[in-house]
Design a protein around this ligand. Sequence first.
Ligand code: SF4
Ligand code: SF4
Length: 132
Amino acid sequence: MEIKNTEIQSEPVSRINDISGTNLSKCYQCGKCSAGCPMVQSMDILPNQIVRLAQLGKWEEVMRANTPWICAACMTCSVRCPRGIKIAEAIEAMRQVFLRNRNSDRRLGLSQEELVELPPIALISAYRKIAE
Ligand code: SF4
Ligand code: SF4
């Protein structure tokens, strides 16, 4: 993934930091978060790469990634991070920003049968965010 320094913007990462109570700028790209993530095979951008994109203000690329929607909020990344970065919380903050801006066009693409098997907390959490 090529990232050009000329495209650096700081605003999105400060919003994510504020909401999540963490500091993504401390990330030094060791990759331990992604190495322990159980969902990486379904993600198009790895958790450490999402952190890097957010650091650089590459908000459009963060929004296009399926990573925030695939994340299961298992917290493994936050526990493994040697820099104490709350990555799971930051990814949750990304979801909140997308939904609050009404700029997510993500669709679950689930059948009715699959939908009813979702854990209730998933629907309650989604409804809370959408209703805000
Ligand atoms: S584990 Fe922490 S420091 Fe390492 S890449 Fe992930 S967020 Fe960055
Ligand atoms: S919280 Fe999300 S990104 Fe972090 S390890 Fe779990 S599934 Fe992966």
